[in-house]
Design a protein around this ligand. Structure first.
Ligand code: DGL
Length: 268
């Protein structure tokens, strides 16, 4: 079990921002990644549809004997984590809780902002969980649906992105938040633009590092950390791989070394 791969999935390839940090934190672990590129984005979909799709992704990885599952997608973690936990015989972690814990630990004042897809924001999960950790923190949220295609198109620093971001972030700026959670796999790609608009005094917290650290802690507790083995990385998508190679590089920071293949899910 210890040397089995870690299973990581996302609605698309944005979850590679999280894989990148997991590789840094756990360099000997093998990874199987699945991105549902045929059906991305999940952000605008209903909770029922997201849960149905997400369970199919989890089943694919569970059949490949993964030792744990990482839900590397904010929208799935926010809406359907419980459903994945129910069907999984192995430990499951999502990105929402580790990100909240990191934000609450480092917060200087009492005002947190959260941005994410419509699915994530409408779930109310961030307000709910931050409230349970610390009642005195005020949480303001905002959906930024166009950030996903802008990040995928590599337009993070484009003037169109700045104009759109100014509109999305205006309300949060007025609230004088001191910490902003980037509650979406894609938003780290837009971090420089978001920081410029929000100002230096606002601390940005994304999901990648906190999730990788939480995974390391979980595997350590369960004595499932692999040591001194050369890892194997396999990447699967549900639509033609050549369509995502360039975009994947944007999130992963390097190429996927020819290890990218298309799979067929039963309902696709
Ligand atoms: N992976 C999604 C998230 O982190 C963004 C893309 C989508 O909408 O499916 O929320």
């Amino acid at each position: 079990m210890k040397n089995n791969p870690i299973g990581i999935f996302d609605s698309g390839i944005g979850g590679l921002t999280i894989v990148k940090e997991i590789i840094k934190a756990l360099p000997f672990e093998s990874i199987i990644y699945l991105g549902d590129t045929a059906r991305v984005p999940y952000g605008p979909r209903s909770k029922e549809v997201i849960a149905k799709f997400a369970k199919e992704l989890a089943q694919f990885l569970l059949k490949r004997d993964v030792k744990c599952l990482v839900v590397a997608c904010n929208t799935i973690s926010a809406t359907s984590l419980e459903e994945i936990v129910k069907i999984s015989p192995v430990p499951v972690i999502g990105v929402v809780e580790p990100t909240i814990e990191a934000a609450v630990k480092t917060i200087r004042g009492k005002k947190i902002g959260v941005i994410g897809t419509a699915g994530t924001i409408n779930s109310g999960v961030y307000e709910d969980k931050i409230g349970k950790l610390n009642k005195s923190i005020k949480v303001s949220v905002g959906a930024c649906p166009l950030f996903v295609p802008l990040a995928e198109e590599g337009l993070g620093n484009h003037k169109a992105t700045k104009i759109i971001a100014e509109g999305y972030l205006r309300g949060l700026k007025k609230k004088k938040i001191d910490t902003l959670i980037l509650g979406c796999t894609h938003y780290p790609v837009l971090a420089a633009t978001i920081q410029q608009i929000m100002g230096k005094q606002v601390k940005l917290v994304d999901s990648a590092k906190p999730t990788a650290q939480k995974l390391k802690q979980l595997l350590t507790e369960k004595e499932l950390v692999t040591e001194n083995r050369s890892p194997e990385y396999r990447f699967f998508v549900t639509d033609a791989p050549e369509k995502v190679i360039e975009v994947a590089g944007r999130f992963f920071g390097k190429g996927l070394d020819g290890n990218l293949a298309k799979i067929n899910l039963p309902t696709l």
